[in-house]
Design a protein around this ligand. Structure first.
Ligand code: G3H
Ligand code: 13P
Ligand code: ZN
Length: 311
């Protein structure tokens, strides 16, 4: 087993009309839960690390935890930097041994996004590392933002094709209706499939990425709140909608919030129902199992990646 890039993984996913899940990791239990699910489901996967996760767990710990996970399961892993905000962060992760990085310059104007992305692509490709970039704006979209304003934030298909052509990037995150976090938009969730189709028609076989793809299932928010939580989760894009996108040329789907909700709910339950517990293993074990169950569910019912490892 080894750290691998996502190139072959995405090719197979696009051919097989499914998506690979990219799950955010911050500590040992999360890594173990995700890896155990992948092993059980025989599913490809990507472990991704944010700048916040690197700060929390420290880079050396994360590298060793991922190495241990590969030894324990015998699985190959794509280790990806999530939302790298500068060339320097990307270079630092490449130095650490990451096999994939994201340069997220989506807040910058188009030409500057191209310039930043191209710089990272040249550096990464010279070192055998693949690069994801982002074009468009994912936001917590509120009720009172009208459709025209919403669409202005979405990724323009022609610009996407030009961006990929000019940067040489390996995958592209687009905005078609998803948003980050538990505080998703109010109102009717919607994925702009027409826009997605335009993008994939302009770039056949090119891996598209969806961020903000947690659905924030009501029962998981309630499971947290039932035990004293106060999480005001609004509805995310329903899982059926994401499952449809996974068949339409989306190769990578990012999920973090749903794992956080599952883990926190299960830990809260132990601490409230068994107030005598003070051994961290007792509740962290439940958190780890909740992560495993959530990831296995996503692989089976949303991504369609179960059983594809050996396909
Ligand atoms: O999209 C961001 C991920 O959910 C990571 O979040 O920056 O709090 O680690 P974080
Ligand atoms: P969620 O907050 O919807 O889980 O999105 C995670 C993500 O996009 C990480 O980059
Ligand atoms: Zn994201």
């Amino acid at each position: 087993m080894a750290l691998i890039t996502s190139t072959e993984m995405f090719k197979k996913a696009l051919e097989g009309k499914y998506a690979v899940g990219a799950f955010n990791v911050n500590n040992m239990e999360i890594i173990q839960g995700i890896m155990d699910a992948a092993l059980q489901e025989r599913s490809p996967l990507i472990l991704q690390v944010s700048a916040g996760a690197r700060k929390y767990a420290k880079p050396a710990y994360l590298m060793k935890l991922v190495e241990a996970a590969m030894i324990d399961t015998g699985l190959d892993v794509v280790l990806h930097l999530d939302h790298g905000e500068s060339f320097e962060v990307c270079a630092s992760c490449i130095e650490d041994g990451f096999s994939s990085v994201m340069i997220d310059a989506s807040k910058l104007p188009f030409e500057e996004n191209i310039r930043e992305t191209k710089r990272v692509v040249e550096y990464a490709h010279a070192r055998g590392v693949v690069v994801e970039a982002e074009l468009g704006t994912l936001a917590g979209i509120e009720d009172d933002v009208n459709v025209a304003a919403k669409d202005a934030l979405f990724t323009d298909p022609d610009q996407a094709a030009e961006f990929v052509e000019r940067t040489g990037v390996d995958s592209l995150a687009i905005a078609i209706g998803t948003s980050h976090g538990a505080y998703k938009f109010k109102g009717e969730p919607r994925l702009d499939y027409e826009r997605l189709e335009k993008i994939t028609t302009l770039m056949p076989g090119f891996p598209i990425v969806l961020h903000g793809a947690s659905s924030v299932p009501k029962q998981f928010v309630e499971a947290c709140n039932q035990y004293g939580g106060n999480i005001p989760g609004a509805q995310g894009v329903p899982e059926e909608m994401l499952a449809k996108a996974a068949k339409m040329g989306v190769a990578k789907i990012n999920i973090d919030t749903d794992l956080r909700l599952a883990m926190t709910g299960s830990i809260r339950k132990v601490l409230v129902e068994q107030p005598e517990v003070f051994d961290p293993r007792t509740y962290l074990k439940e958190g780890r199992t909740a992560i495993k169950d959530m990831v296995a569910h996503k692989m089976r019912n949303v991504l369609g990646s179960s059983g594809k490892l050996d396909a």
